[in-house]
Design a protein around this ligand. Structure first.
Ligand code: NOJ
Length: 508
């Protein structure tokens, strides 16, 4: 049961603009988050990860930072952040901010400071005036924009309004060491690190090769494998440098990397003992809700990660359609089943706000869209109650993104011992306090459609993700938590029957 706190942590991702609006302007804010800390303490999460809270022109909704030491005025002030940190600490909840070191906003003063021109990647056009190489932006089009004034192009892996920093530049490295310390000194428990896998680019800026048949659909669409502008091993040197800064503090600060790769072998290269403590696993997030496939991803992750590493599991985020919709098509039994499996895995779990109530993706009509690549459906306001404004904002106020269905809401579910929220809370208690979910992960043979595993020295977990009832032979013990709560405490002797989309945690 020993080890660092993040080894079995439940980290809860808050999308600050959509959590709770304290001042009735339709936008969530820091005092709003503070006002919900009792909910989070009740839920039992160990830490909050706040999506970016810094001043930003919001070309990419905070992931384009104009000042790494401030707070976005829409969200509040530094004093509000201080208050949030104090109130979270009072409740033993750690707070992680979202560091965006790959790029700044083009409105960051650094980008306009002639003395800092070499903090970014500037290059002359080719003789025919075209960009220096063939790199594509993740958001489409070339990764280079011409600056008419200087006649040079600058690099941006994302939007033109997000110029990439040059991580070969020691001054950039030093500047971020100081930014980390600035927040660590203020009591921030760590950072989630945006684009942690792509900080360092090929020094010679070589052209990317064509996409390979095995590459992800998005690389296929772009027509190239971003061999030279993403996933360079030198990013790990930067992680190591940050780890040394994190270790200057007591308690040690946590670095959670957005280590985006669809290859588990590659993921394992980030999970070094002296680098990021937690590396997010996007292969799991993007796997289909099929027992055999999820089990294969988890098994491979367990096999490939170094023994010292803590696996990380998440199923929703502000970038991806919510799991309740994507995996479960809104079906409550399936949502419950997914939560049982997710929260029983070895390692750290990240819940995205609303996962705990089975919140679904919301249709956002074109006239209310904000995001340029269609990620609004997963970013709509948290549903706290059934009333007008959903407890997110005052009744009569139009929230910045539309509210979805209010029938699944925190208020109603807190009062219901059989709700998704109560199930989530009980699973978190089980995960943290009962010793049944601490041992190694071991997959167990199971009928088609069933994902079954044992936690060494503890529970047996079986999830029937299929649509027909199944029987697992030779399983006996007592059900500690079932996705169907009426089965809690049931004693199983011999065959375990599971209905469609039903999961149990069993003390064997
Ligand atoms: C990953 C973030 O999660 C996403 O929201 C953002 O658009 C890109 N990085 C660029 O910062």
């Amino acid at each position: 049961m020993s080890g660092p706190w993040w080894d079995r942590a439940v980290i809860y991702q808050v999308y600050p603009r959509s959590y709770a609006d304290s001042n009735g302007d339709g936008i969530g804010d820091l005092p709003g988050i503070t006002s919900k800390l009792d909910h989070l303490a009740w839920l039992g999460v160990d830490a909050l990860w706040l999506s970016p809270t810094f001043p930003s022109p919001n070309a990419d909704w905070g992931y384009d930072v104009a000042d790494y030491r401030g707070v976005h005025p829409d969200l509040g002030s530094l004093a509000d952040m201080e208050q949030l940190l104090i109130e979270a600490e009072r409740r033993h909840i750690r707070v992680l901010l979202d560091l965006v070191p790959n790029h700044t906003s083009d409105e960051h003063p650094w980008f306009h400071d002639p003395a800092k021109r070499d903090w970014y990647v500037w290059r002359d056009p080719k003789p025919d005036g075209s960009p220096p190489n063939n790199w594509k932006s993740v958001f489409g089009g070339p990764a280079w924009t011409l600056d008419d004034r200087s006649g040079q192009y600058y690099l941006h892996n994302f939007l033109a309004k997000q110029p990439d920093l040059d991580w070969w530049n020691e001054d950039v490295r030093h500047a971020f060491d100081e930014i980390l310390r600035f927040w660590f000194d203020r009591g921030v428990a760590g950072f989630r690190i945006d684009v942690a896998h792509a900080l360092v680019k090929d020094r010679q800026l070589r052209d990317n090769p064509p996409a390979r048949p095995t590459d992800s659909p998005s690389w296929q669409r772009a027509g190239q494998w971003p061999k030279h502008n993403m996933g360079l091993p030198e990013a790990v040197d930067v992680h190591r440098r940050w780890r040394r800064v994190a270790e200057e503090y007591d308690p040690e600060r946590l670095l959670v990397g957005e280590t985006y790769t669809m290859e588990l072998e590659k993921l394992a290269t980030y999970a070094v003992p002296d680098g990021l403590q937690l590396c997010m696993n996007f292969v799991f997030l993007h796997a289909p809700f099929v027992a055999e496939q999820l089990a294969a991803v988890v098994g491979e992750t367990e096999r490939l990660l170094p023994a010292s590493a803590t696996p990380v599991w998440h199923a929703s985020s502000h970038d991806d359609p919510r799991f309740a919709t994507r995996w479960c098509n809104g079906d409550e039994a399936a949502i419950r089943c997914a939560l049982v499996a997710l929260l029983s895995l070895r390692g750290a779990c990240i819940l995205y706000q609303g996962d705990e109530i089975g919140m679904e993706a919301v249709d956002v009509p074109p006239e209310r869209e904000h995001d340029m690549v269609g990620r609004d459906p997963g970013r709509t306001p948290m549903v706290w109650s059934e009333e007008d404004g959903a407890g997110f904002t005052a009744p009569g106020v139009e929230p910045w993104l539309p509210l979805g269905d209010r029938s699944r809401n925190v208020g109603a579910q807190r009062a219901d011992p059989d709700s998704i929220l109560t199930l989530t809370r009980d699973l978190i208690v089980l995960r943290k306090h009962r010793g049944l979910l601490t041992g190694a992960y071991e997959r167990i043979e199971a009928p088609p459609g069933v994902w079954a595993f044992r936690r060494e020295g503890g529970a047996l977990v079986a999830a029937n993700l299929g649509e027909t009832a199944v029987v697992l032979e030779g399983v006996s013990g007592a059900i500690v938590i079932g996705s169907d709560r009426s089965r809690d405490d049931e004693v199983v002797e011999g065959p375990l029957e599971l209905g469609p989309r039903e999961a149990v945690v069993l003390a064997a």
